[in-house]
Structure formats: structure tokens, C-alpha cells
Write a protein that binds this ligand. Structure first.
Ligand SMILES: C[C@@](O)(CCO)CC(=O)[O-]
Length: 313
């Protein structure tokens, strides 16, 4: 017996971190990068094969705690024995780069387990089980990554509220660049939480401002105003830097993108490494920006026409 489950990556256009505190965020699925989990019938203990580890689930290293916990929780939920199958995870989402790899691995694996045991899986149950893994990975997840990696539509997302899908009616291109440095989402979230205690007024102001920018970004997208969206993105990067979740390489790449003609640029996701994004008015500018980012040290870039179903490598 064999079964599979899939999930895609995600890109946060606006609102990361502020979304944890109830502000809105705008995010899109990232189909160029995805995860597939395969479950096969075997005999004996559950075996796990992924990029970081190949061995028995029981002896998986600490860095895989969120994954191993979600596997045991899902099998418990399904009231099945934790034995006699193997789990293989294949991913094209660069891990720990702000593209939602931790949520995507959980989503793909939960789906695969439900398929393997031939049980229906509701969206609510999928998100509930993914949340268990995200709490271990991030400490205080907003649920945005789980919603994006399990869905196919761009979302205007607010924690605890029904998802609001909206079409990307924007005539522009997005360039995504990987710094090659692993992001530190948990640390970044903890540092904002500390800042809320030490400088509550300024921190709350920035968080609220990031939410305001996300609201304006949604309107700019709906009314096809890429220049405005670019400005909001750059302002969001400044606020995220103020909150301490950027770093030198992200700031350098943002500057390079702007110097190469981008309409705006910012970090995306948890920050302190990972990826940045830049907005370009047309394909030529997008390729120019991508080239400049590679020359400035990005290890990979993707160019995406807003509203397209697929990304080009
Ligand atoms: C930093 C954050 O806003 C996005 C991480 O991809 C955390 C979260 O929303 O759970």
C-alpha cells in the first residue's frame, strides 16, 4: 500500500510578524516550491527519510521534533498503530528560508497519513494538526503559514478570522531571492515579544503600521497600482528592520533591488535570513533585478508574474 500528500510553499507580501498580533497580512501560494510526502507499507518500526535524516522515527533528531510530533499526533488522531509504514519526504522548498517549509512539511505529511489510512480530512482538522507542529517550530504561530501552504489562493489573512481570498489583479512581477542563510523565525518572534515589553509604545505603533500597510497593499493590488504597492513594501521593510527582524544581507539585497530599478523591496517571512522580495513593473525589469540580486550574493531567484498560476525558476 502506498499514499501521498502534497503542500506548496508560500510568500508573504505584507504583514509578517504583525499578523501574530492580530494585524492583517497579504500572502500568496508559492507553487514553484513544494513538498510531497509518501507513505509506504512496511513491517516494523516507522522509518523516516527526509533531507535532514534517514532512520527510525523514534530516533529522529531534535531539529525534527515538530515533524515527529505531528506524525505521532496524526496517527493518534486516526486511532492507528504507529508501526508498519515508512515516510519519505521530498521537498523543493528551501528549508528555513521564510517560504513556509515547516508548515508545508506538516501539511503534506498529515494529508499523506489521512490518505494512507483512507480517512477524510477536513480543512479544520488539517489546520489544527499543523498548528501543533507550528507551535513547536515557531512558538507563537498566527496560522498564516498553515493556511497558505495548504491552500491555492492568495489570501488577505487575519488570525482567527475566516480566510479572505482575493485575485491578484496587479500588472507587475515579483522577484523572490534566497539569501542562502537560514532564517530564524522563532528568534525573530521572541525578539519582537521582548521588544513589546521593553518599548511597548513604539513597538505597538510599528506593528499597527505594518497592519495598515497590509490593508493599503490590498487596495493597491485590487486597483492595479504597482508603484504604490512597491512603496508600501519598502516602508514595511523599514518597520521590520526597526523591529529587529532584518539583518545585513537582507538589507543589502533590498538596497540592491531598489538600485536595479525595483518599485519596492522587503524581507519576506520570519526574517533574520531567508528570503527577500522585490516588485518590478515588467518582465525586463524583473530579470534585471533578479540578475542584480544574484550578483549581490543571492543563491537563487524566482520571477513570478502576479496572478500567474506558476513560478519560473
Ligand atoms: C513571522 C510570521 O508572521 C510568518 C512566518 O512565515 C509568523 C507567523 O505568522 O506565524
Amino acid at each position: 500500500m502506498i499514499a501521498t500528500g502534497r503542500a506548496n510553499g508560500k510568500i508573504i507580501l505584507m504583514g509578517e510578524h504583525a499578523v501574530v498580533y492580530g494585524e492583517p497580512a497579504v500572502a500568496i501560494p508559492f507553487p514553484a516550491a513544494s513538498i510531497e510526502t509518501t507513505i509506504k507499507q512496511t513491517s516494523g518500526p516507522v522509518m523516516l527519510d527526509c533531507v535532514f535524516y534517514n532512520g527510525s522515527l523514534a530516533q529522529a533528531p531534535d531539529r525534527l521534533l515538530s515533524l515527529s510530533t505531528v506524525i505521532t499526533s496524526t496517527v493518534t488522531e486516526l486511532q492507528q498503530p504507529l508501526t508498519n509504514f515508512s515516510i519519505t519526504i521530498e521537498s523543493t522548498i528551501p528549508p528555513e528560508r521564510g517560504m513556509g517549509s515547516s508548515a508545508a512539511v506538516a501539511v503534506a505529511t498529515i494529508r499523506a497519513l489521512y490518505n494512507y489510512f483512507d480517512q477524510p480530512l477536513s480543512t479544520a482538522k488539517l489546520l489544527e494538526l499543523t498548528h501543533i507542529s507550528e507551535v513547536i517550530a515557531h512558538g507563537n504561530p498566527s496560522g498564516l503559514d498553515a493556511a497558505m501552504t495548504s491552500g491555492k489562493e492568495p489570501l488577505y489573512y487575519k488570525k482567527g478570522q475566516p480566510n479572505e481570498a482575493f485575485p491578484l489583479q496587479l500588472n507587475a512581477y515579483l522577484v523572490v531571492a534566497d539569501t542562502g542563510v537560514t532564517g530564524k523565525t522563532r528568534e525573530a518572534i521572541e525578539s519582537i515579544s521582548l521588544l513589546r515589553q521593553t518599548s511597548p509604545v513604539q513597538t505597538e505603533e510599528k506593528i499597527h503600521y505594518l497592519g495598515e500597510l497590509a490593508k493599503r497593499a490590498k487596495v493597491a493590488i485590487e486597483t492595479n497600482r504597482p508603484v504604490e504597492l512597491g512603496q508600501y513594501m519598502s516602508r514595511a521593510h523599514e518597520s521590520l528592520s526597526f523591529l529587529g527582524v532584518s539583518n545585513e544581507i537582507l538589507n543589502d539585497l533590498v538596497e540592491e533591488a531598489l538600485a536595479a530599478g525595483a518599485l519596492g523591496a522587503k524581507l519576506t517571512g520570519g526574517g533574520r535570513g531567508g528570503c527577500m522580495i522585490a516588485l518590478a513593473s515588467d518582465e525586463e525589469m524583473a530579470n534585471q533585478v533578479a540578475q542584480a540580486l544574484l550578483e549581490a550574493g543571492a543563491v537563487n531567484t524566482w520571477v513570478y508574474r502576479m496572478g500567474d498560476e506558476s513560478f519560473d525558476d
